[in-house]
Design a binder for this molecule. Structure first.
Ligand code: SAH
Length: 210
């Protein structure tokens, strides 16, 4: 039998800490959440290899490093309310729930949202609200959000989501321009500051429901 705890610790050391993840609460959350439970049984033994995997419906669970790096850029506080676009497997939702006050997460493919919910109710997490639907419109009912994390690539400025940021709040998203890169936005009053970060590669943000 695979010792998932040892594999998980090694993943955190070699894939996250060695590559610049320094935020203690992020590290602790990745040490806690059982990534293998969010994967197809056929690939579970490789759950802590640090790579992305198919999760069905042409979607993938992202690499832990890129997820951790996005969270580190957002500098999520334990008092923050976070909106996640693209629940996917629910793995990142579980991590976010341990470092934030509350996570609201939207997934356009209903079957993925339901599968994520099934796993998330089986493990200890923080406060999570899930919804199946088109996340590009955000979740106005629960807005404003202190932090927004978009896990699928968009080719336009995520305007409706930026409108749901709290004052001083940040949004991180993969944005496809000439090339795909992570962009960090911050609200300052009526202004939105924009900072381009590293290149990246995500599945596309699609309109409508699947
Ligand atoms: N963070 C996830 C992986 C995300 S993959 C994990 O840990 O597993 C990106 C996800 O975004 C996919 O599941 C895809 O269906 C979803 N997605 C794409 N466009 C979307 C939209 N407009 N609204 C909500 N979810 C969307």
């Amino acid at each position: 039998m695979t010792d998932y705890g040892i594999a998980r610790r090694r993943m955190v050391e070699e894939q996250l800490v060695a590559r610049g993840i320094r935020n203690e609460r992020i590290i602790e959350a990745f040490l806690t959440v059982p990534r293998h439970l969010f994967l197809d049984p056929a690939v579970r033994s490789r759950a802590y290899d640090g790579c992305s995997f198919p999760i069905g419906y042409n979607q993938t669970i992202s690499q832990p490093f890129i997820q951790a790096a996005m969270m580190q850029h957002l500098d999520i506080k334990s008092t923050d309310r976070v909106l996640e676009i693209g629940t996917g497997s629910g793995y990142q939702t579980a991590i976010l729930s341990l470092i934030a006050r509350e996570v609201c997460s939207i997934e356009r493919i209903e079957a993925l949202s339901a599968a994520a919910e099934a796993v998330l109710t089986e493990i200890p997490t923080g406060r999570i609200r899930l919804k199946a639907g088109d996340g590009s419109a955000g979740w106005p009912y629960y807005s404003p959000f202190d932090k927004i994390i978009v896990s699928a690539a968009t080719n336009e400025r995520p305007g409706e989501l930026l409108a749901q940021l709290a004052e001083n709040g940040c949004l991180i998203a993969p944005v496809q321009d000439i090339e795909e890169q992570l962009v960090l936005y911050r609200r300052r009053g009526e202004e939105i500051e924009e900072q381009k970060l590293s290149r990246c590669s995500f599945v596309p943000l699609l309109k409508g429901v699947g």
